[in-house]
Write a protein that binds this ligand. Structure first.
Ligand code: ATP
Ligand code: MG
Length: 319
């Protein structure tokens, strides 16, 4: 099987504090997990669940450890229909682990043991796997976790373009300036940005990439750097879509839910958006669909959800 939609990079389990405002240093307090995670993996899981009615096939390239954490990730991806044939098991490193802790002001803190999560190399990216590619999704996290993972992403873009010149390259620049020098971020993102058709930034990420202290002006500026469509993710407020024909941006209201855990909302949103777009829907319908998927994700605990296409379509009718 050669997939229509491919992503690559870090596979992780997330282990989360059950209570807010409980620093990792507090001994004896509770954690809950493991939850299958990793930004590109959350994206592909969402694309796979939402793409089923359109017969879109999905696949992932990455590395796990030879352990039960890795097996739990494979189990979730397989259940949701993602092809896992290109996920390699490392004999020397354990599956990546992220301990995650939230505070009531919305801030969060990670302790991260990368293990096999950064072990993806260009050799893992096989030309034949890209034969039917329609969308390749790149994340800033996979560009920054290691040099070899970054080179794997660059190789995937090159092959995808060779196999299908009209391939849709999407990019979620989920990079934090507090973790990496801004200069480095801009340098590693530049070659991806130039090839990107759809960019999925948060406000902070757009500002950082454009060097402008205003999310809207930043998105307008980024349209000059490669992307044709910029989808600004705005949490409970939904999203705003910028194109060269609509520099002002079209606001698509968020779907109202009770937020339990925001982890993975952006990546779940991205996977759904790509499915709607590839299905030929207009941007407004696509954004509404993706907003519901993002909202359904924050309604429950853990980075990947089980929401089905049918559930989303029902909610779209009611909205
Ligand atoms: P993360 O990096 O934590 O995954 P993000 O910053 O990339 O998040 P958000 O804007 O937080 O992305 O969320 C993505 C989308 O999910 C939003 O555009 C919106 O559609 C939906 N969403 C997120 N939070 C909420 C919420 N509290 N209520 C309703 N919808 C939400
Ligand atoms: Mg994000």
């Amino acid at each position: 099987m050669t997939p229509d939609i491919i992503s690559l990079g870090e596979l992780l389990v997330e282990i989360m504090r059950t209570d807010l405002n409980t620093p990792h240093g507090v001994t004896g307090a509770n954690y809950r997990g493991p939850f299958p995670s990793g930004a590109p993996a959350i994206f592909i899981d969402s694309a796979s669940r939402m793409g089923k009615p359109f017969d879109f096939t999905t696949g992932f390239i990455g590395v796990i450890g030879n352990d039960e954490f890795g097996a739990s990730i494979i189990k979730k991806l397989e259940k949701d229909g993602v092809d896992v044939s290109q996920i390699r098991s490392s004999d020397t490193e354990t599956t990546g682990i992220a301990f995650n802790q939230y505070n009531s002001d919305g801030s969060r803190k990670f302790i991260f043991a990368a293990g096999a999560a950064g072990a993806t190399t260009p050799d893992d990216v096989k030309e034949d796997y890209f034969k039917d590619i329609k969308n390749l999704h790149i994340t800033g996290s996979a560009l920054s976790i290691s040099k070899n993972s970054r080179e794997a992403c660059y190789k995937a873009i090159k092959i995808a373009k060779e196999k299908n010149p009209s391939v849709l390259i999407s990019f979620d620049p989920n990079l934090r300036p507090e973790l990496l020098d801004l200069e480095v971020i801009l340098k590693i993102c530049k070659p991806v940005l130039e090839m990107t058709e759809i960019l999925f930034p948060s406000g902070e990420e757009a500002e950082m990439l454009a060097g402008i202290n205003d999310p809207i002006e930043a998105c307008q500026k980024l349209l000059e750097k490669g992307p044709k469509i910029i989808v600004l993710k705005r949490g409970k407020r939904g999203c705003t879509i910028f194109t060269k024909d609509n520099l002002k941006g079209a606001n698509i209201e968020g779907f109202k839910v009770n937020e339990v855990d925001p982890t993975g909302a952006g990546d779940s949103f991205g996977g759904a958006f790509i499915v709607g777009y590839l299905a030929g829907w207009n941007l407004k319908k696509t954004a509404k669909f993706a907003n519901i998927i993002g909202a359904k994700k924050v309604e429950h605990f853990g980075p990947m959800s089980d929401t089905t296409y049918e559930e989303v379509i029902e909610l779209m009718k009611k909205d």
